[in-house]
Write a protein that binds this ligand. Structure first.
Ligand SMILES: [Zn+2]
Length: 409
């Protein structure tokens, strides 16, 4: 068990001898398992959840609960699956507060700002980068995030990209090689040369530490042909594809995502009806990043239109020092409800089960027998309060299973 500042207590099971723990007196339980509860969230009132050695073993109404070795009374609080943050950039040095202030004073956001973080990150020591991701991992946990993805992309040299992934891998199994974040300044006159590096020696150095490959396919970054080439090279090395698509303008990013069966197309701020049709007929999730539009004062994607078209939607923080320096999933949920037109139920589903889908995981994002005991309780009677009480710290306790997740490579 470890403690954070403030009122919250965070618990972590130690896998020792088998003993069962029951969380009882749950006011409203979100299971994301419609077969055991009401609606798409599979809600159960007055519920009990039983855990054994970091896994959920029983879920049901209190009236059917038998017994457990240890009982924790949640006193009517809501219990949810831990949030799954499927899109984050937590390995970097420095911050870009002045750039944010200038943007709020009217300057437009561009992908070029990434290069300033690249300079700080290259100059940082391993210990500085490790301390940075550890600090953000603590913030993620305090906001109820029990699984987070971590991208490289602020090194953009063979050694700096491999170093970022090696350090990220110490904090999460969901690591993503994003050598194709932007073309670094030293390759400004030779973007094809940089693509050759990203798909060649840099990929060789990074693949051992990554599960995913990603590319920023947008204005000022990489075009659709380059994105295809980069993702396919990673896939040949056993990495799974995901893509930054259509954040800054309409383009072919979503089309490329569906073509390569990417787990997720992220941002999708600009999506045509045809894009939505493609997504709806695919296994590719649209991951929306409310913090990015909020922090760049950009138009929000219309999640209502996506869901009505049959697209599976996830919500993630996009935590990064340029365009979305937040680690708060409750904040993202509130903005997604207010400005992207998701209902509170849909936003909570997208931040849990949707995130799990975007990482192609079925052991997280739901509360059901066999799933990891990654859980968050709220100082509120229901999950709706996450959007209804914006900016209020409602996180009561967070449980994260100590069992290593089964994800490759
Ligand atoms: Zn991103």
């Amino acid at each position: 068990m470890f403690h954070a500042s403030g009122m919250c207590t965070f618990r972590c099971w130690t896998p020792t001898v088998s003993d069962t723990t029951a969380l009882t007196n749950i006011g409203s339980l979100v299971t994301n398992d419609p077969s055991v509860g009401n609606g798409p969230l599979g809600q159960i009132t007055d519920a009990v959840v039983v855990i054994d050695d970091g896994l959920i073993t029983w879920v049901g109404p209190a009236s059917q609960f038998d017994a457990a070795d240890t009982v924790i009374d949640l006193e009517g609080r809501a219990l949810l699956p831990g949030f799954v943050d499927s899109h984050a950039h937590p390995v970097f040095a420095g911050d870009r507060a002045p750039e944010f202030a200038a943007r709020m004073a009217g300057q437009a956001y561009s992908a070029g700002g990434i290069r300033s973080t690249v300079a700080h990150t290259r100059a940082a020591s391993d210990d500085d980068l490790r301390a940075g991701i550890d600090r953000l991992a603590g913030e993620f946990l305090r906001s109820g995030i029990t699984t987070f993805e971590a991208k490289s992309g602020y090194g953009l040299t063979i050694d700096d990209e491999a170093r970022a992934l090696r350090i990220a891998r110490e904090a999460t199994n969901e690591t993503t090689y994003l050598g194709a974040h932007v073309v670094p300044a030293e390759f400004a006159d030779d973007p094809d040369g940089y693509v050759a590096l990203v798909t060649g020696a840099m990929l060789d150095a990074c693949a051992p530490y990554a599960r995913w490959i990603d590319v920023f396919c947008d204005r000022g970054a990489f075009d659709a042909d380059q994105a295809r080439e980069i993702l396919r090279a990673g896939m040949e090395r056993g990495l799974l594809p995901r893509i930054h698509a259509n954040q800054l303008q309409h383009g072919d990013g979503i089309r490329v995502a569906v073509e390569v069966d990417a787990a997720s197309a992220d941002h999708c701020t600009y999506a045509s009806d045809e894009d939505l049709e493609l997504l709806a007929g695919s296994n590719t999730v649209a991951t929306l990043l409310p913090g990015a539009e909020f922090s760049t004062r950009s138009p929000y994607p219309d999640a209502r239109r996506m869901i009505d078209a049959g697209v599976v939607v996830a919500i993630a923080t996009d935590c990064n020092p340029g365009s979305s320096y937040t680690t708060s999933m409750p904040f993202c949920i509130a903005v997604a409800v207010r400005d992207m037109h998701l209902t509170p139920d849909e936003a909570v589903w997208s931040a849990t089960a949707g995130g799990a889908r975007a990482l192609r995981r079925d052991d997280i994002g739901r509360i059901a027998p066999g799933a990891r005991a990654d859980l968050v309780s709220l100082n509120a009677p229901s999950h709706i309060h996450l959007a209804y009480r914006p900016g209020v710290d409602l996180i009561d306790r967070v449980w994260r299973s100590p069992i290593a997740p089964k994800v490759g490579p």
